[in-house]
Ligand binder design. Structure first.
Ligand code: FAD
Ligand code: SF4
Length: 522
């Protein structure tokens, strides 16, 4: 244990939120401690082995949570320095302007955020630059204004994906290059010798063996640790937070490390454990002053859990698809409505390419479609899509703690009709875009084999807002009920939109970071 265990700032968790905040605060000279329950993700050949990653789930946390009926399941979650960004697909998109307002959906209302797109815009630009996002603004009609271009050009399409792009355009659609956080320098579709990323097939769900992915460890945590005022303890699992007698100030951060209890304190404590674990930590920190859980006088902590309605699909191209790096295209033409429906459907993106090992791991479910197609034939021609639609925050979709301490996740699905229609839209186009007219579920990706285990996009469990009766955090992501407690992971989301969450988490961490620098007098 460090000799002096009193800090200016403690940040718990080093993922998209915590890592980004640490990077932003590091030059302040303030004494900062990062507490991370995981260690560094090992760099080894298995990082790029589909069997190890998807079939054996080698890097997934070895813990179980329970559903509302007490049935245990493995959440699709990873505990490492860098959090879930170590395995994320790095599709880094902004919410659309309208996503910050109230949006009517078939299944209900997606509530308004207390801040607008204009409040987030400068931070989106900073986050895009920080995380090396490669993209092109101004092509997707649903996109809001950007105050600066991306610093890096869009990742080029492989020839088969360019054909797909052209086919979508021919049908009157507006495909756009998927913005990706990647350390790639390329020319003519090939990585240059200076490039960290080698444009391999292992993007999306795999850790990157060569640190070519712009994840929170590579981009933020490692650079932050170069400052002498920043320290990190790994294998440090925060068990609970304790307050002074007034209940207004967190005075102790209780940690288990190497089997022993340790205590730390700081002027400012920032929780960033991911939406489920942050809610669980606050609920576990119940006390006489906070009987329903820390920062929970509103009773919203743990509630309004969201995770997207999403599906991974494989289609089969009539011509071989030799693409190695496939995740370069997206389509938002059904984001807010379609020609035959007035409600939002969602977003279509490409996904990392299926390979033979993945197909062997999941084949039985759909191999009946055309049994004459051998797996190798399918793998050679597969084209993979990710469909993502908005789920809605419901108070009963929630995290609670079992009397024995285990996390309980209760969910019931919301707003499914839009997602069904989005799937039908893609299915209806397959014949016109050079694909056999059948979509097959790719169940291994993101743990969708157990629907409740699909926790990759978890958000919303400690929502922010202006009213302390309906939100746990204020607009600076400080707990309404406490003076020195902040939350900067995906927990603060009020709604989840239909784009991937990480850029909004990163942008918000930079925004809260500005507030903290001001508060610290820097
Ligand atoms: C396979 C996969 C693909 C994805 N693809 C994309 C994508 O393409 N685009 C996108 O935007 N998002 C993607 N995501 C989602 C993205 O990874 C998450 O939204 C993001 O990492 C969440 O950031 P966070 O800060 O909320 O939490 P996390 O990144 O989960 O970080 C939480 C951190 O807290 C630590 N922690 C937890 N509990 C404790 C504790 N008690 N004490 C100490 N430390 C603790 C964890 O170990 C972790 O390091 C993907 C996720 C997965 C799993
Ligand atoms: S595509 Fe690039 S970033 Fe992704 S795993 Fe391969 S080398 Fe790493």
């Amino acid at each position: 244990m460090p000799e002096n265990n009193r800090y200016d700032v403690i940040i718990i968790g080093t993922g998209a939120g915590g890592g980004t905040l640490a990077y932003h605060l590091a030059p302040s000279g303030k004494r900062i401690l990062l507490l991370e329950r995981g260690g560094y993700l090992p760099r080894e050949k298995d990082n790029w082995d589909a069997k190890a990653v998807f079939v054996e789930s080698k890097y997934r946390a070895k813990e179980t949570w329970c559903d509302k009926d007490g049935k245990p399941f493995y959440p699709g979650i990873q505990y490492y320095v860098g959090g879930n960004t170590k395995v994320y697909g790095a599709a880094l998109l902004r919410f659309r302007e309208r996503d910050f307002g109230e949006v009517g959906h078939h299944g209900g209302v997606s509530p308004a955020w207390p801040l607008s797109y204009a409040d987030f815009e400068p931070y989106y630009t900073k986050a895009e630059h920080l995380y090396h996002v490669h993209g092109q603004h101004g092509i997707d009609p649903t996109e809001g204004p950007a105050s600066a271009p991306y610093r890096y050009p869009a990742v080029s399409h492989a020839p088969r994906i360019q054909e797909l792009f052209d086919d979508f355009e021919r049908l009157g659609h507006h495909p756009f290059p998927l913005p990706l956080g990647i350390l790639l320098d390329e020319a003519d579709g090939k990585a240059l010798h200076t490039s960290a990323c080698v444009r391999c097939a292992a993007f999306d769900g795999f850790p990157c063996l060569v640190n070519g992915k712009a994840d929170s460890q590579v981009i933020c945590v490692d650079p932050a640790l170069e400052y002498s005022n920043v320290e990190m303890l790994t294998g440090a699992c925060v068990e609970r937070l304790e307050t002074d007698a007034s209940g207004r100030v967190v005075t102790k951060v209780i940690v288990t490390r190497a089997g022993a209890e340790e205590q730390y304190s700081a002027d400012i404590v920032v929780v960033s454990c991911g939406a489920v674990n942050s809610a669980a930590l606050l609920l576990r920190s119940a006390s006489d002053q906070h009987p329903g859980g820390l920062a929970n006088s509103s009773d919203v902590v743990g509630r309004h859990y969201m995770r997207h309605n999403c599906s991974a699909f494989m289609a089969i191209s009539r011509d071989p698809n030799p693409t190695v790096f496939q995740k370069t295209l997206a389509l938002n033409d059904f984001y807010f409505r379609s020609d035959d429906w007035e409600y939002p459907l969602g977003e279509i993106q490409m996904l990392g390419k299926s390979d033979g090992e993945m197909l062997k791991g999941e084949a039985p479910g759909w191999a009946v479609w055309k049994p004459e197609f051998a797996l190798d034939y399918l793998a050679e021609r597969s084209i993979d899509f990710w469909l993502q639609s908005e789920d809605l925050p419901h108070p009963d979709n929630r995290v609670t703690i079992h009397p024995y301490g285990q996390i309980v996740l209760s969910i019931r699905e919301t707003n499914l009709e839009g997602h069904k229609r989005l799937t039908a839209k893609l299915e209806g186009m397959l014949g016109d875009i050079g694909l056999h007219d059948h979509l097959m579920h790719r169940s291994l990706y993101l743990g969708k084999d157990i629907p409740i285990g699909g926790t990759a996009h978890q958000a919303g469990t400690v929502r922010f807002g202006r009213d302390p009766k309906t939100s746990a955090l204020d607009v600076n992501c400080k707990a309404h009920d406490l003076d020195n407690l902040y939350v900067v992971d995906a927990s603060f989301f009020v709604s989840i939109a239909a784009v991937n969450p990480s850029l909004t988490i990163m942008a918000n961490a930079l925004r809260v970071g500005d507030h903290l620098l001001e508060r610290l007098g820097v």
